[in-house]
Design a protein around this ligand. Structure first.
Ligand SMILES: Nc1ncnc2c1ncn2[C@@H]1O[C@H](COP(=O)(O)OP(=O)(O)O)[C@@H](O)[C@H]1O
Ligand SMILES: [Mg+2]
Length: 254
C-alpha cells in the first residue's frame, strides 16, 4: 500500500458559536504529493489545517499524519508536520536566526544542530543578510519566508502552508514557488491552501476544492481541469483560466 502523508475521514467541526465549519470532510494526501486545497474565504481550509496540526479541536471524524492518529499519537503526528500558518505569529523583536533556532528547541533539537541548520535555511530562502536584524524589519514576503524556514527546522516530512503567498508580490511569489518545487523534488510532501488559482495550477499534482465545509471536487489537477465546461464558459463570455472557471462554478451560490 502506498504511504499517505494525510488521511482525513468525515471530519466535522462546529464552533462554539454554532458555526458549522466542516460538514464531513474526507481527503487523502499521498506521500510526496503537492496538494492544493482551494476554496473561497470561510470555506473551512484553515479549520482543517488547525485540526490536523492540533490547534483546533474537532467535533468528530478522524485524521492520521503518516499513519499517526492525531488523537492517539498527537506528539508523533505533530512531529511530522511543519506549519506555515495563515497569520504571522513570531515575535517581531526577535532576530530571524533566533526565531528559527528556538523552534528547533520545541522539537528537542540541540542548539548546536539547530543553529547551523537555521542559518542554512535562512540563506536558502534569501534571508542571509537579514537574519541578525529584527524580524519586524522584514518585508511582507520576507516574513513569509521566515515562517517557512521556521517550519522546516525540525526536518518535517510534511509541510503545510496556509495561504503562504497572500500579500506577496508576483515576483517574490514565483521565487517561493521555485523553492517549494525544489522541496517536493527532494521528497517533502506539501499541502497548500491558496486563493491564487494560477499558483495551484502551476504547482499542484492533486487538488481539492472546498465550499461551505464540504469537498466539492477532488482529484488530480488534470481530473479537475477536465471538468472545465467549455460551452458554459463560451456562453457566459468567460475569459479566465480553466481552473478558475471550474472553481467559480463549483463554489458559487446556486
Ligand atoms: N474560532 C472560530 N469561532 C467561530 N467560527 C469560526 C472560528 N474560526 C473560523 N470560524 C468560521 O468557520 C468557517 C470556516 O473558517 P476558516 O476555516 O477560517 O475558512 P477559510 O480558511 O477557508 O477561509 C467560517 O465561517 C469562519 O467564520
Ligand atoms: Mg483560512
Amino acid at each position: 500500500m502506498a504511504e499517505n502523508a494525510l488521511v482525513v475521514n468525515d471530519l466535522k467541526k462546529v464552533y462554539k458559536n454554532g458555526t458549522e465549519a466542516l460538514k464531513g470532510v474526507s481527503l487523502t494526501v499521498p506521500a510526496g504529493d503537492f496538494f492544493a486545497l482551494l476554496g473561497p474565504n470561510g470555506a473551512g481550509k484553515t479549520t482543517i489545517i488547525g485540526i490536523v496540526t492540533g490547534l483546533v479541536n474537532k467535533t468528530s471524524g478522524t485524521a492520521e499524519v503518516f499513519g499517526y492518529d492525531i488523537d492517539k499519537k498527537p506528539e508523533q503526528a505533530k512531529a511530522q508536520i511543519g506549519l506555515v500558518g495563515q497569520e504571522l505569529n513570531f515575535n517581531p523583536f526577535e532576530k530571524p536566526l533566533d526565531i528559527v533556532t528556538n523552534q528547533g528547541g520545541y522539537y528537542g533539537i540541540p542548539r548546536s544542530i539547530a543553529r547551523p541548520r537555521a542559518e542554512q535555511l535562512l540563506k536558502d530562502l534569501g534571508l542571509g543578510e537579514k537574519m541578525m536584524g529584527r524580524a519586524m524589519e522584514l518585508s511582507g514576503g520576507m516574513k513569509r519566508r521566515l515562517m517557512i524556514a521556521r517550519a522546516l527546522v525540525h526536518k518535517p516530512r510534511f509541510l503545510v502552508l496556509d495561504e503562504p503567498t497572500a500579500g506577496v508580490d508576483v515576483e517574490l511569489r514565483r521565487g517561493m514557488w521555485d523553492y517549494l518545487r525544489k522541496l517536493t523534488s527532494e521528497g517533502l510532501t506539501i499541502l497548500l491552501t491558496t486563493h491564487y488559482l494560477e499558483e495551484a495550477e502551476q504547482l499542484a499534482k492533486h487538488v481539492a476544492i472546498i465550499s461551505k465545509g464540504q469537498i466539492v471536487a477532488n482529484g488530480t489537477m488534470s481530473d479537475i481541469l477536465a471538468m472545465h465546461d467549455e460551452e458554459a464558459a463560451a456562453k457566459s463570455g468567460y475569459k479566465g483560466g480553466k481552473l478558475e472557471e471550474v472553481f467559480i462554478r463549483l463554489t458559487s451560490e446556486k
